[in-house]
Each structure stands twice: as structure tokens, then as C-alpha cells.
Design a binder for this molecule. Structure first.
Ligand SMILES: Cc1cc2nc3c(=O)[nH]c(=O)nc-3n(C[C@H](O)[C@H](O)[C@H](O)COP(=O)(O)OP(=O)(O)OC[C@H]3O[C@@H](n4cnc5c(N)ncnc54)[C@H](O)[C@@H]3O)c2cc1C
Length: 456
């Protein structure tokens, strides 16, 4: 008999959620985590960034509250306390995960896990056996081979920037994706001069171009350089080729390398055990099965989506299939990556799900779209004014009227977008959407108005 029913390598959102689900289903689970329970998300990702951003949002609000009839004098921030708030939030949530695992009867090992073979994992050198193994080792930041970047103390990744002891005076961010933008927005709010250098023609590549352009303009304090390629770093100076082909230099006190993350597929025996690893990560089917029997992979390590909620979903799916061995259907649970929402918690916020207009056209849809300003929402106007940055774009198939994508710019978009994800998940049409009653006044009403703005 095996030591455990399931051994999970990696205690981030993918691993810890699967462990909880399986533990509550009376499975004997060992969760092996080498660094920190809660993984990237809780410790150096989603949660610390949102904690710092919350302080930045409060600071911005207080500093600009005059237009709302509220006067605040001597508005200031104390970076040490901002950091202390972040540390407190992270600590509480990590402790919460530990308690949740305990409640589920999961055994947590603070150790390095290595996959030896299906059903065999080395835990800090000691072999343990299990009926199933779930790989949930996550991802790490990409450090591109830009001359002058390696071993440069002024070049940091997101983890390094989260821990800075003071707000840098000048911050250059290489990469205009979600992580780069959140940091750019955060530090610009706290008074840093921020420049973002992006190789592509627009920021946030999976956001519809129209709205991504508006988001960029709304991040007014941040200077963007699009279509620009960084060629080298000299101390605190980033050298890049501009869109016009000129060599430009940007001076910084700190440089954030935010060009993406890569699945962590090395250092835990994938190759030696014969696990199939492709260019995107550990290869899985839509039930999270790998090529090895009873070896599953979930979360960032699969490269299917590098988002915490996608990792949760993958953890759920793997757990469902492990538990449903009789029918091997896992209650019909399957991963769909085209309905996973994304969000940016910058100031303003943005979120979306599904295809952009260009992607939909590229897939052969005859596309119909509607874009409405969030000024259609009374709550939005009350909080941002009619000129506040906010809009909803709905992308649909002209023939079937199926909703293909919904992209939103404006505060509360991340809280609202799950409803749009549900639409896509259940394959509803614009006409189905028109029958939904939206609470008033909410920014979600922008979605309803976009549905009515689609041509009949
Ligand atoms: C700055 C930043 C902000 C982000 N913000 C958001 C956000 O707002 N929303 C969102 O959805 N996503 C966000 N993400 C992405 C999110 O953090 C990841 O998608 C999520 O953490 C992936 O979960 P995971 O379980 O796959 O991997 P991870 O969270 O990376 O966890 C993997 C765990 O495995 C452990 N591990 C690795 N190898 C071994 C081994 N051999 N033995 C034992 N343990 C091992 C690691 O120590 C780690 O704890 C952010 C990421 C960053 C960096």
C-alpha cells in the first residue's frame, strides 16, 4: 500500500486548493512545499501587489478628494507602514491557508519534492509513495539575456521590487504586461517618475487594443514607450531602440524586469522521470493528465494560463478526476482556457474575458462590436465624473450573436468580470444577456448597455 493517496509538489494556489479538495474528500494527502505555503500568489504576487496598490489608491483618493467636497491636509504616506500593511495581509492569508490544510487533514511538508517516477516522490531525500502525484511547481520570472542586466543590483524582478525599502525616484519598467503596469501605476502614485518600455505596439496584449490604448492614456503619470526594444543596461541606464530606430537612454534609480514568467519545469525531476515538457510547460490534456500514469499537473507549470484563478480551476479539475476513478469522467470537468478572465489592478482597473476584436476576426468570425463609456453607469459617474476613464467593449459573432469577448476599463471591472466569464462559459448570446437584470447603480450596467448597443 502506498504511503499516501496523493502527493502534491508545490503549495501555491494550484497545489493548496487541490490538497484541500482532496483532503475534504477523505484522501490521505501530502503537500510538499519548499519555500512558502500560498506560493507566488500569496507571498510575492497577487496579494502583496494588491495590498500595496490599496495603499496607493487611498493616497491618491486622499490627495484628490477636494472635488468630492472633502479636504484632507498634509496627505502623506509612510512607506515602512505601507510595507508593514502588506506583510500583515500576506501573513494572515498564508496562516489561513495553513489552517485550511489542517482542517482538511492535509499533511504539509516543508521540503523539496522531486518526482522519481509515477507514484514515487523524493521528499528532502526520503522516498514516499502515492497512488497519484500532482505537479504544481508554478513559475519563475524570465530574465532575458539583455547585456548588463545580470548581476546588476539596480535590476530587480517583481519579488525584489515588492521589498524595496524606499520608493525609487525614477523607475524604468521593462515590459508593459499586467505585472509591469501594476507596479508602474503603484509607484507613480507614490511619486516616482515611471517609464514603461514595451516592445509591442500596445500594452496588455490580451486586452482589446481600443481599451488598452485608453488604459495607457488613463495611466497619465506613467510615460510609455511602445514598439521599443531594450538593447542593453548600463548601470542605472536602460538603452533601447525607439520605434523610429533611434537609440534612446532612460536613466533610473531602479529597473524592473517584467517581461514575463516561465513555468518552473526544472529542478524537480521532470526530465529524469520521463514527463513530457513542451515549450509552454508540462504538457497536460484538458483534464490535467500528463503523459505519465496518475501524474497530473496544474497551475503555472502547465503554461496553459499564468493566473492564480486558472491554477485554482486546474486544481479543482485534477481533484475531480482523481476522485471520480470509477467513471473516469471527473464529473465532466474540463479546462477551457478561452473563458478565463484576467484583471489589472492599476489605477484605473481593467478586466476582460474572451477574444479581442482582432482575435475574433482572425478566427474567422464576422464580428460585431459595441463600446459604451462607463458614464452610462450612475455609480461610475458619482465616483469618477462623466469624463472618468471607463468603458465596456463587447465583441460578438454577427451571425450567431454569441458573445465572444467582454473587455472593461474602469474601477470595479475585476469584481464584475466573472459575470462576463459565466456568459462565455455557458455560451450565451447577446440576446440572452439582454434578459439579465443588473443591479443599479453599478458599473456592471455597462455590460448590459453594451449588449443593447450591439446592432440588431
Ligand atoms: C507580482 C505578481 C502579481 C501577480 N498578480 C496576480 C493577480 O493579481 N491575479 C492572478 O490571478 N495572478 C497573479 N499573479 C500570478 C499568480 O501568482 C500565479 O498565477 C499563481 O501563483 C500560480 O499558482 P501555482 O500554484 O501554479 O504556482 P505558484 O504560486 O508559483 O506556487 C508554486 C509553489 O511550488 C513550490 N515549489 C516549486 N518547486 C518545488 C519543489 N520541487 N518542491 C516543493 N515545492 C516546490 C514553490 O515554492 C511555490 O510555492 C501574479 C504574479 C506575480 C509575480
Amino acid at each position: 500500500m502506498a504511503d499516501y493517496d496523493i502527493i502534491i509538489i508545490g503549495g501555491g494556489p494550484g497545489g493548496y486548493l487541490a490538497a484541500e479538495r482532496l483532503g475534504h474528500a477523505k484522501q490521505k494527502v501530502l503537500l510538499v512545499e519548499k519555500e512558502f505555503l500560498g506560493g507566488t500568489c500569496l507571498n510575492v504576487g497577487c496579494i502583496p501587489t494588491k495590498s500595496l496598490l490599496n495603499s496607493a489608491k487611498l493616497y491618491e483618493h486622499a490627495a484628490h478628494s477636494g472635488q468630492f467636497g472633502v479636504t484632507a491636509e498634509n496627505v502623506a504616506f509612510d512607506w515602512a507602514k505601507v510595507q508593514a500593511w502588506k506583510t500583515d495581509v500576506v501573513g494572515k492569508l498564508v496562516a489561513g491557508v495553513g489552517a485550511a490544510e489542517k482542517r482538511a487533514g492535509v499533511v504539509v511538508a516543508r521540503a523539496h519534492g522531486t518526482l522519481i517516477a509515477p507514484g514515487v516522490v523524493e521528499v528532502d531525500g526520503e522516498r514516499k509513495t502515492a497512488d497519484h502525484v500532482i505537479i504544481a511547481t508554478g513559475s519563475v520570472p524570465v530574465m532575458p539575456p539583455i547585456p548588463g542586466a545580470k548581476d546588476n543590483p539596480l535590476v530587480v524582478d517583481s519579488t525584489g521590487l515588492l521589498a524595496v525599502e524606499a520608493v525609487p525616484k525614477r523607475l524604468v519598467v521593462i515590459g508593459g504586461g499586467v505585472i509591469g503596469l501594476e507596479f508602474a501605476s503603484l509607484f507613480a502614485a507614490f511619486g516616482a517618475e515611471v517609464e514603461v518600455i514595451e516592445m509591442l505596439p500596445e500594452i496588455v496584449p490580451f486586452m482589446d487594443d481600443d481599451l488598452a490604448g485608453r488604459l495607457r492614456k488613463a495611466l497619465g503619470k506613467v510615460k510609455f514607450h511602445l514598439n521599443c526594444k531594450v538593447t542593453g543596461i548600463e548601470g542605472g541606464t536602460v538603452v533601447y531602440t525607439s520605434a523610429k530606430g533611434e537609440t534612446v537612454r532612460a536613466d533610473a534609480d531602479l529597473i524592473l524586469m517584467a517581461v514575463g514568467r516561465r513555468p518552473l519545469v526544472d529542478g524537480w525531476g521532470a526530465k529524469e522521470a520521463g514527463l513530457e515538457v513542451g515549450p509552454r510547460g508540462v504538457v497536460v490534456d484538458d483534464t490535467m493528465r500528463t503523459n505519465l500514469p496518475n501524474v497530473w499537473a496544474v497551475g503555472d507549470v502547465t503554461g496553459r494560463s499564468l493566473l492564480a484563478h486558472a491554477a485554482y480551476r486546474m486544481g479543482d479539475i485534477a481533484a475531480a478526476h482523481i476522485l471520480d476513478t470509477s467513471a473516469a469522467t471527473g464529473s465532466g470537468q474540463r479546462l477551457r482556457t478561452d473563458t478565463i478572465p484576467w484583471a489589472v489592478y492599476s489605477m484605473p482597473e481593467a478586466a476582460g474575458v474572451g477574444l479581442t476584436e482582432a482575435q475574433a476576426a482572425g478566427r474567422g468570425h464576422q464580428v460585431v462590436t459595441a463600446t459604451v463609456p462607463l458614464a452610462v453607469s450612475g455609480r461610475f459617474v458619482a465616483e469618477n465624473g462623466v469624463r472618468g476613464p471607463g468603458a465596456v467593449k463587447l465583441i460578438a459573432d454577427a451571425a450567431t450573436r454569441a458573445v465572444l469577448g467582454i473587455h472593461m476599463l474602469g474601477n470595479y471591472a475585476p469584481e464584475t468580470i466573472w459575470g462576463a466569464a459565466l456568459l462565455l462559459e455557458t455560451e450565451l448570446t447577446v440576446d440572452d444577456l439582454r434578459q439579465v437584470v443588473f443591479p443599479h447603480p453599478t458599473v456592471s450596467e455597462g455590460i448590459r448597455e453594451a449588449a443593447w448597443a450591439i446592432k440588431d
